[in-house]
Design a binder for this molecule. Sequence first.
Ligand code: AHR
Length: 518
Amino acid sequence: MKRKHIYSAVAGLALSVIQPLAAQKNTEVSLTLEGDAPIISKHIYGHFAEHLGRCIYDGIYVGEANKNIPNTNGVRNDIITALKELKIPNLRWPGGCFADTYHWKDGIGPKKDRPTIVNQWWGGTTEDNSFGTHDFLNLCEVLDTEPYLAANVGSGTVKEFTDWIQYVGHDGVSPMADLRKENGREKSWNVTYWGVGNEMWGCGGHMTPEHYANIYRQYATFMTSWTNDQKLFRIASGANVADYHWTEVLMRDIPKNLIEGVALHSYSFVKWENKSSDIKFNEAQYFSTMKTALKMEELVEKHTAIMDKYDPEHKVALIVDEWGGWYDSETPEKGVLYQQNTMRDAMIAGTTLNIFNNHADRVKMANIAQTVNVLQAVILTEGEKMLLTPTYHVMKMYTVHHDATLIPVTFKSPKYTVDGESLDAISISASKDEAGKVSASLVNIDAKQAHTVSINVKDLGLKNATASILSSKALQDHNTFDNPNNITPQPFKDFKLKKGELQVELPPFSVVVIEGEK
Ligand code: AHR
């Protein structure tokens, strides 16, 4: 899990509330409807839940016997409702690093008979396997979301892996289908997405790409789809951040009939060795975090360029199956990798999702790390209480882009400058859904300066528009268990639609989503 990062060190940890400036700048934006524009796959809005800290146990899953927290088969009802409202398209499980230690047969059968295991990557905690394959796949059915199983390659075998595929996917008579039926599930589940290990360059076995490419070929050969209507989507463990050699070797050495997706992991932080507090950060630290977040554009473009070389027909997808902000928690007692979620996270979510939308021709899936109580979570829990984070609200505002057609945007962003270094202040993506509704998501990461954006919408024939905004007084603001609605999206009126031009005033550190009406 150790990452190489080159981002600049920043000044101290003192909390500074950043005061907005009133002045405005103007940015001209054009939207171009293109006949061959890609669909923004809803799977870009995917999630990731690992057996780590309080994500699964004491997070999503509180156990069937819990009388204090309303639950369905042990899963919190408030989380089910929130994730349904978020329309999560897929959920990756059980890791992360945990995946390459997980033996799925430990998590099936009567719960009282399941063995305990020790979570070797995440705090050495002992767990009782009470949340296993049935629990996860039944939850996906309840959520109406597609499961993405990340399977054990690092400490597993081809047989263990392919038995799992047969267990969840075979409907006839077979050893694994029979075992599943004995465990109470007659019909198979529909599992399309399979990860062939996780971070094979690190916690998955510290492999070289050449070694992993060979192992991948071996595993992928035996991954069989057992039903006619189901095709397996095999995802190779991808590069760590800017390890372009990893992608090059995988794309070069894995035949295209054995692979549907190649992954990429990249997190945002001030500095890997010294990540900064989740809530007490200054503007320089905010700037550095945004610098790593915006780096995602370069990563996607450079990994894509390599993929284009070996796969000009775009048969293999780029799957960013771990992304998000990573900080030091002010409240470590609340769990391993537990962190609060501020307006800084809203900025990361808004800009990253815009990057993925704008590269929807190659990025077909992404998974924010992680769903509940871990890293850039969309939901935090404490006993019976639950809150939705600013990141949740951004993802909900962006549901307008799910499976809509991308509308490419062109503009020159004004700069956001701190200590002589500059980043693009504005990030935008736009789309048109099946009903013809046009939506644009705009982010202003500038901590002090508002910006005016003028969007040329002449070709779109818009007559009216509605909008919502996520903003707050300070970048460090967040929702708490005592004040869970401190930050929520609000109706936004600070725009004008006149003579084919949509003029929007974007306050500092805000996310705005505009929906046009014809
Ligand atoms: O998301 C936390 C960890 O980050 C995952 O387990 C691992 O894949 C990555 O290093």
